[in-house]
Design a protein around this ligand. Structure first.
Ligand code: ADP
Ligand code: MG
Length: 487
C-alpha cells in the first residue's frame, strides 16, 4: 500500500475538510480518503452524500481498524442506520479488500469548516499538552473531548413525568456552573439507552458555559477516557492526561458502563474523580444502570458514584413521546399529520432515539420518493420497526392508556362508580378490549371489576353508535386504538 499525500479538495465539492490520510504513525495504513469519498458519492448519490457522508472525517486508519468521525451524534446515528454497509464496503475495497473493522463515532476535536457549522462552539478544555503540529494536534492531545452538540439543550428537551426529576436536577447542577454543590456532586444520571442522558449532559454543559464562558469543561465518553488513559500508559507518561483531567472545573463522563472490567482506567478515574469532588469541582457521570447494578465496576467506585445525587431517567409516557415527535417535526420544518405522530408514539415506546430515527426516516423517504406522509406510507416505510414493536395490547395496557387519556384513575376501570366521567371511558376501554384482544365478553367483564358480560356487550354496541354522533369521541377512540397497536 502506498502512502497518500494529504490533498485538498477532491475535484468534486470541496467540503473544506482536512483529508487525513494517517501518515507515519506506527501501525497506520494509508487510506486514500478522497477516493473513498468519491466512491461513496457514486454509491449513494449526491443528495445523501452531501447531507450525511460529506461531513464524515477519517480519524484513524490502522491494521486494527478504521475509525471514522461524525460531527454530531445525529449524523452518527443516521449514517449507522443507513449507510454503514456502504461505508464499510467502500473503505475495505479501497484498502484492497482487507476486512478491517470500521467504526463510526462522534468526533472529538473536529475541524468542521466554520462556514458550515458556525454554531458549534469549541469546547474549552485545558490546552493540549505535548502537541507538535497543528495537523497532529487532535491525535496528540492527552485526551480528546467531545464538542457539545448544539441540538442538545434544555430548551429542546421535552419534559414529562418520566424525566421531570432528572431535568430539574440537571438544571440545578447547571445553575451552579461548576461549583460542585454538596448533595449534587457527583451528579449521576442513569437509565436505558436513548432516553436523553447524553442530551441532558450536553444541556448542562451549554448552560454552564452560558453562565460562565471561561469555565473549563471536559466532556468525555468512557471510551475516550479509556483511550486517553491507555495512550498515556503506552507512552509511559500519564502526567499530561492526569493534568488535563484534574485542571478542569467540570468533568463529565458519559456511559460509564463501558469502563466495566477496565480496572486500570477505573482506578485513574477514581483518583481524578476524588480530587475534583474534594476541590468542589463538579463531576457528572452517566451510565445505563445505577452504580450498584453496574457489573465489573469496583465497589469503592460504586459507592463514591452514589454519594452525591443519583437520578434515573425513565422511558417517556405516550404524551411525552408525542410531544417529542411534535417538537422534532417542527425542528425539521415538516408538517406531519397527527395520526402519523400518534402511530409512531404509540408503536415505539422504549427509546427516544429510535422514535426520532423513525421520524427522520419517514421524512427522508417522503422527500426522496416525493410522496406525502400519511399513516399508510408510515406503515409501509417503517414496516420493520412496526414488526419489531407491535405488541398485542393486554387488558392492562388498554385500561392504563384509556385512563391516562381521559385523565381518570386506572382504579376507576375496576370501581363500581357509575358517574358519567368514569363510566364512558370505561366503556371505551371495554370496546377497545373487544376490538384489540381475543378476550371473550366474560373475560373482559372480569377484568373490569367483575362486571357481567352483558355490561361489556352493551359497551361494545354503545361506543360505535356514540362515535357516529360525536366526532370528538370518535377521534379519541381512534387515537387510543392506534396507540394500542390497532389500526
Ligand atoms: P442516551 O444518552 O440516554 O442514550 P440520548 O441523550 O443520546 O440518549 O438521546 C437520544 C435521542 O433522543 C437524542 O437525539 C435526544 O435529543 C433525544 N431525546 C431523548 N429524550 C428527549 C427528550 N425528553 N426531549 C427531546 N429529545 C429527547
Ligand atoms: Mg448517551
Amino acid at each position: 500500500m502506498q502512502m497518500t499525500q494529504p490533498t485538498t479538495g477532491n475535484g468534486t465539492q470541496n467540503t473544506g475538510l482536512r483529508d487525513v490520510a494517517a501518515v507515519g504513525e506506527a501501525g497506520t495504513v494509508a487510506l486514500n480518503w478522497p477516493v473513498v469519498q468519491n466512491a461513496l458519492r457514486q454509491t449513494v448519490g449526491d443528495d445523501d452524500y452531501n447531507a450525511w457522508l460529506a461531513p464524515l472525517q477519517l480519524q484513524k486508519a490502522s491494521a486494527e481498524g478504521v475509525v471514522v468521525a461524525a460531527p454530531t451524534s445525529f449524523v452518527e446515528n443516521w449514517v449507522k442506520s443507513n449507510f454503514m454497509e456502504a461505508l464499510t464496503t467502500t473503505i475495505r475495497a479501497e484498502l484492497g479488500h482487507v476486512p478491517v473493522p470500521v467504526s463510526l463515532s462522534v468526533a472529538p476535536v473536529f475541524s468542521v469548516p466554520a462556514a458550515k457549522a458556525p454554531e458549534i462552539a469549541p469546547l474549552p478544555v485545558a490546552p493540549a499538552v505535548g502537541s507538535q503540529s497543528s495537523v497532529q494536534q487532535p491525535l496528540q492531545a492527552p485526551v480528546q473531548a467531545v464538542r457539545l452538540d448544539p441540538r442538545y439543550t434544555f430548551e429542546t428537551f421535552v419534559v414529562g413525568g418520566s424525566n421531570q426529576l432528572v431535568f430539574a436536577a440537571a438544571q440545578r447542577v447547571a445553575a451552579n456552573a461548576g461549583k460542585g454543590e454538596a448533595g449534587y456532586n457527583p451528579f449521576f444520571i442513569h437509565g436505558g439507552v436513548g432516553l436523553g442522558k447524553t442530551h441532558l449532559m450536553h444541556a448542562i454543559g451549554w448552560e454552564m458555559q452560558a453562565r460562565n464562558p471561561n469555565i473549563k469543561l471536559l466532556y468525555l465518553s468512557s471510551e475516550q477516557f479509556f483511550n486517553g488513559f491507555t495512550r498515556a500508559m503506552r507512552e509511559r507518561n500519564s502526567l499530561p492526561f492526569k493534568d488535563t483531567l484534574r485542571s478542569v472545573d467540570v468533568l463529565m463522563v458519559d456511559d460509564l458502563q463501558f469502563l466495566a472490567g477496565k480496572d486500570g482506567t477505573q482506578e485513574e478515574f477514581f483518583h481524578s474523580f476524588n480530587i475534583l469532588v474534594n476541590e468542589g469541582k463538579q463531576v457528572i457521570v452517566s451510565a445505563d444502570k445505577s452504580p450498584q447494578e453496574l457489573a465489573n465496576i469496583e465497589e469503592r467506585l460504586k459507592s463514591r458514584l452514589g454519594s452525591g445525587l443519583m437520578v434515573q431517567v425513565h422511558a417517556p409516557q405516550v404524551e411525552t413521546r408525542l410531544a417529542i415527535l411534535q417538537a422534532k417535526a417542527e425542528t425539521l420544518g415538516v408538517e406531519i399529520p397527527a395520526e402519523v405522530l400518534t402511530l409512531l408514539a404509540g408503536t415505539i415506546a422504549s427509546n427516544v432515539r429510535e422514535l426520532e430515527g423513525a421520524l427522520n426516516r419517514l421524512v427522508a423517504a417522503s422527500q426522496l420518493l416525493g410522496m406525502p406522509i400519511d399513516a399508510d406510507f408510515a406503515r409501509g416505510q417503517l414496516a420493520d420497526l412496526f414488526r419489531l414493536h407491535t405488541r398485542v395490547a393486554t387488558l392492562d395496557d388498554i385500561q392504563r392508556e384509556v385512563a391516562n387519556h381521559f385523565k381518570i384513575r386506572v382504579a376507576d376501570m375496576h370501581s363500581p362508580r357509575r358517574s358519567r366521567e368514569v363510566a364512558r371511558p370505561r366503556q371505551v376501554a371495554m370496546y377497545l378490549a373487544k376490538q384489540l384482544t381475543t378476550k371473550s365478553y366474560p373475560d373482559i367483564g372480569r377484568a373490569f371489576g367483575g362486571r357481567d358480560h352483558t355490561t361489556v356487550m352493551h359497551a361494545v354496541e354503545t361506543i360505535p353508535a356514540l362515535m357516529e354522533k360525536d366526532p370528538e369521541l370518535a377521534e379519541n377512540v381512534r387515537i387510543l386504538s392506534q396507540m394500542l397497536g390497532g389500526k
